[in-house]
Design a protein around this ligand. Sequence first.
Ligand code: ZN
Length: 348
Amino acid sequence: MLSIGQTQIKLLEKLCNAMGVSGDEGEVRRIVLEEVKPYADEVKVDALGSVLVRKNGTGRKPLRVQIDAHMDEVGFMIVHDDGNGFYQFQIVGGIDERHLVGKQVIVGKDHAVGVIGAKPIHLTTVEERKHTIDVDAMRIDLGPEGKAKVGDRATFATKFKRVGPSIMSKAIDDRIGVAILIELLKNAPKHIELCLSFSVQEEIGLRGAKVAGYYFKPDLAIAVDSTPARDLPDYEGRENYTYNTKLGLGPAIYTAHSPIISDPRLVKFLEETALKNKITHQFRQPGGGGTNAGAIQEAHAGVPVVSVSVPHRYTHSPVSVSRVDDWKNTLNLLLCALNDMTPNLLKR
Ligand SMILES: [Zn+2]
């Protein structure tokens, strides 16, 4: 079984602090390329910018397995320069506008530090405080020397932190998946053809993975992502019986989510693998949110797919929180599954 040590934490920190807002994933891509090149038989950056990696398998026709994680994160795009360091922006991906006012952000290739301006409480009325502020009325304030360009991306300025058993970052979704894929490549079993897609533009419609599925034409695919855990007490202080995943309960295996029903053979195989290896795991309960499995499933004549995610709290906010143990258990479940996989898995 693999463990999470300083090397893995340092790499995740680097990945999380990089900016990779959808459509502009270059910073993350550079880190991924550097990490995968020594271990891969083929590395390619496709037309959209995804990194596609192949590790050949032994035997005449090894099982071709695609594992996907998305490099992009939600964030913002500068759309207008108002002068004096004020910039209009739009949200890229799903972010709740209520999370925005008063937050520090980084903008553009140089990570220029700015703030999403907020009217102070002293100057607002009770009525104003009851309502969300529309994003069109907000500005990113870079100060009088600010030099952003229209089209520049921005994201929350939060830096990665390890706090005891927890990790906190703006981009656990889905840099934790990216880190897991890199580790799987380094420990890849020889008997399968391992195809890794570090895909772009998941947060705005699963676009990179769709192309990657066509490129690899896999026998089966697994999307590795980070999923919202709504496991806090509800606002009335009662126990929350309707959580979808919980921190600390290990990898969340999906039986279904909005764009797919997972292939039951793969769900069963993952569960059996977890039980055999005594890996803590959970089944994700239904609810919003999809993964790249939905896009890969529809490549060519169809691909059997399943999703496995590391749970985190506070999705698409300035900081999400995950547990190191859930990361480790997800990595080991996937590694054990790859080690045990044979073409028989797909026999009907
Ligand atoms: Zn994600």
